[in-house]
Write a protein that binds this ligand. Structure first.
Ligand code: VG1
Ligand code: CO
Length: 543
C-alpha cells in the first residue's frame, strides 16, 4: 500500500460540541479540513492499529466523498477491518447497534443530525466508542487537543472503494465490508418488540403517518413498518434519503415538520404521526389533535415499557437530561426506581447504561432510548409506542391524558432564539451567572425566585465532573426556567430557554402549554433580559 504523509497545520475551531464536530458543509469540505480532524481523532483515541471500525452517515451532501477519505486514512493508520453501510448510509442508532454486535473498536458517523444539509447546509462527524456510544468528554478533549498540535497526516492510495454493493473486498492488508444498513438493526427491533401484536394493530385498520424527512430513517422505516409489520404502503413519507434532504430541514419540530403537524391537527388525521431527524436518533410522536411533548413521551414510555417483551422485567432505573421536564421523575418515584439527572447530550448516559444503573433515558429534544444501543433511537421509540398501543388498544390522546390524570402534568415548552450574535448571547449568560447568588427572594414578573444555580454533573460511575451545564431558576410554586447555549449550531449562538410548571393530578390538564406557562415565560424573559440582550421579542422556534 502506498502511503503519503502530508504536512499540515492546526485548524482553529475543530472542537467537538454536544454531539461531534459540526460546521458549514463548505468549511468541512475545504481541502485538509476533514483530513486534519480525522487525523486528530485517530491520535486522540490512541491510534487504530489492527482496529475494526464501523462507518456510516446520514447520506447528506459530502457523505460518500468523506467516507472515501476516511477509508484511505484508516488504511494508512493500520486499521484491519472496515464495516460500512451500503451507499455510506447508517442511521446513528443503527451504527451503534452494528458497533456493539460486531464488537468493533469504534465507529465514525458522518452527520450533522438535525441541522440542514446540502452544499449550503451543515456537515459533521462524530466518533463512537466500542460500547456504541458517543465519545465521552475525556475522549473529545483528547481529540480537540490533537487538532491543536497536528503537523501532518497520513493517507493511503487505494483502488476505488465501491459503496453501492453489499460485498466484502480485501485490499492490500485490510478488509472493506459493505453491509446492508437495515438488517442488524431490524433484527434487534424484532427481539425487543412484539411484531405480531403490532402487525395485528395495523391489520385492525390503525393508520400511521411516518415522516422520514428524506433523511436516514427512510429505508429502515420502510423495511420495518411497511415491510415486516404490514403498515400500508405510503405510511412512510419522504422516505428516500437525499443529499439535501429534499430542501427540507430534518428537525422534527412544529416549524420544520409543519406538514405532519398540520395533518395531525386536521379532522381526517390518522391514528398516529411520527417523524425522525437527519440521522434517525430523534423521534417525535403525535396523536390526532395532540402532539406529544417529548418529555411526556419519555415518561409515558417508561410507565408502559413493561408491555413490550424487551422490557417485561421492568426498568433498572431511568435518566433524563437536566432541562428535560420532570415528568419522568414522577414515574420513577411510583415505580420505585432511581432517576438520574445528566447534562444535555447522549454521551452522559453511556456510563449509566454500561453500569446497568438505567434501562431507559431521554431528552426533551425529541430523544429517547434504552440500553439496547448507546444512542438515542427514533424508530425504537416509535416501535415502543406502537407496541404499547397494540396492547392497550387506546388512542394516543387517551393514553397521554390518563398519564396526566395519574401522575399530574408537567406543562413544558422550549423557546429557541437562533443565530444571535455570539458575544451578546455570552453576555446574557455571564450576567445571569454573576447574579445567581442574589436572585433568591427577588421578584421576576408576577413570580418570586426561590432558587438559582448553575448545573454541574458528577458522573457517579467514573467520578468525572462536567461544569457549566446550564442555569436553573426555580420559582415559588414549583415553576422552573433553564437557560443554556446550544452546542450543535454552526451560525452565531442559539439560546435555549426551557420552561416548566407542574399541575398535580386532579388539576387542570387541558390548557395550551404556552398559556399554562405564560407567567413563567414572562418571568424568564425578565430575569435574563432576553429582549435587551438579543434584540428579539419572540423566539424563532417553540417546541
Ligand atoms: C441538541 C439538543 C440535545 C441533543 C443534541 C444532539 O443539543 O438540545 O438534547 O442531545 O442536540 O442531538 P444543543 O447543544 O444544540 O442544545 V442530534 O439528534 O442533533 O445528534
Ligand atoms: Co440526530
Amino acid at each position: 500500500m502506498n502511503i503519503e504523509t502530508v504536512s499540515t497545520k492546526p485548524i482553529a475551531g475543530q472542537k467537538p460540541g454536544t454531539s461531534g464536530l459540526r460546521k458549514k458543509t463548505a468549511t468541512f469540505l475545504e481541502p485538509g479540513y476533514l483530513e486534519n480532524y480525522i487525523a486528530a481523532i485517530i491520535e486522540g483515541i490512541g491510534g487504530v492499529e489492527g482496529a475494526t471500525m464501523v462507518i456510516g452517515g446520514d447520506g447528506r451532501f459530502g457523505n460518500r466523498q468523506a467516507i472515501k477519505t476516511l477509508v484511505r486514512m484508516l488504511a494508512a493508520a493500520g486499521a484491519k477491518h472496515l464495516i460500512i453501510g451500503q451507499n455510506g448510509l447508517l442511521s446513528t442508532p443503527a451504527a451503534s447497534c452494528v458497533i456493539r454486535k460486531r464488537q468493533a473498536t469504534g465507529g465514525f458517523i458522518f452527520s450533522a443530525s438535525h441541522n440542514p444539509g446540502g452544499e449550503h447546509g451543515d456537515f459533521g462527524l462524530k466518533y463512537n466508542l466500542a460500547n456504541g456510544g458517543p465519545a465521552p468528554e475525556n475522549v473529545t478533549s483528547a481529540i480537540y487537543k490533537a487538532t491543536q498540535t497536528l503537523s501532518s497526516y497520513r493517507i493511503a492510495e487505494l483502488d476505488e472503494i465501491d459503496l453501492s454493493d453489499v460485498a466484502t473486498v480485501e485490499h492490500d492488508g485490510f478488509v472493506v465490508e459493505v453491509i446492508d444498513p437495515v438488517t442488524d438493526y431490524a433484527a434487534l427491533m424484532e427481539e425487543l418488540f412484539d411484531f405480531d401484536a403490532i402487525s395485528g394493530l395495523f391489520d385492525s385498520g390503525f393508520r400511521l403517518a411516518y415522516d422520514a424527512m428524506h433523511a436516514a430513517t427512510g429505508p429502515y422505516a420502510k423495511a420495518i413498518l411497511e415491510g415486516r409489520l404490514g403498515a400500508a404502503v405510503g405510511t412512510v413519507r419522504n422516505g428516500e434519503p437525499l443529499p439535501d434532504f429534499g430542501g427540507l430541514h430534518p428537525d422534527p419540530n412544529p416549524v420544520h415538520a409543519k406538514a405532519l403537524f398540520d395533518l395531525m391537527a386536521a379532522p381526517e388525521a390518522p391514528d398516529m404521526g411520527a417523524a425522525s431527524d437527519g440521522d434517525g436518533d430523534r423521534n417525535l410522536v403525535l396523536g390526532p389533535g395532540l402532539p406529544v411533548s417529548p418529555s411526556d413521551s419519555i415518561a409515558v414510555l417508561a410507565a408502559n415499557a413493561h408491555l413490550a417483551p424487551g422490557y417485561e422485567r421492568g426498568l433498572a432505573g431511568v435518566a433524563r437530561s437536566m432541562p428535560t421536564s420532570r415528568a419522568l421523575d414522577r414515574v420513577a418515584e411510583e415505580l420505585g426506581i432511581s432517576l438520574y439527572e445528566t447534562p444535555t447530550g447522549w454521551k452522559f448516559f453511556g456510563n449509566l447504561l454500561d453500569a446497568g444503573k438505567i434501562t431507559m433515558c431521554g431528552e426533551e429534544s425529541a430523544g429517547a432510548g434504552s440500553d439496547h444501543v448507546r444512542e438515542k433511537d427514533g424508530l425504537w421509540a416509535v416501535l415502543l409506542w406502537l407496541n404499547i398501543l397494540a396492547v392497550r388498544r387506546q388512542s394516543i390522546p387517551e393514553i397521554v391524558r390518563e398519564h396526566w390524570a395519574r401522575f399530574g402534568r408537567n406543562y413544558y415548552t422550549r423557546h429557541d432564539y437562533e443565530a444571535i450574535e455570539t458575544e451578546r448571547a455570552e453576555t446574557l449568560m455571564s450576567e445571569l451567572t454573576a447574579r445567581l447568588a442574589s436572585l433568591p427572594g427577588e421578584k421576576a414578573g408576577a413570580l418570586t425566585i426561590e432558587g438559582a444555580d448553575e448545573f454541574a454533573y458528577h458522573d457517579p460511575i467514573d467520578g468525572s465532573l462536567a461544569e457549566h451545564q446550564g442555569i436553573r431558576i426555580l420559582f415559588e410554586g414549583g415553576g422552573r426556567a433553564v437557560f443554556r447555549l446550544s452546542g450543535t449550531g454552526t451560525e452565531g449562538a442559539t439560546l435555549r430557554v426551557y420552561l416548566e410548571r407542574f399541575e398535580p393530578a386532579g388539576g387542570d390538564h387541558a390548557l395550551e402549554p404556552q398559556q399554562a406557562l405564560a407567567e413563567i415565560i414572562a418571568a424568564a424573559g425578565e430575569v435574563a433580559g432576553i429582549e435587551k440582550h438579543t434584540g428579539r421579542t419572540a423566539p424563532d422556534v417553540i417546541t
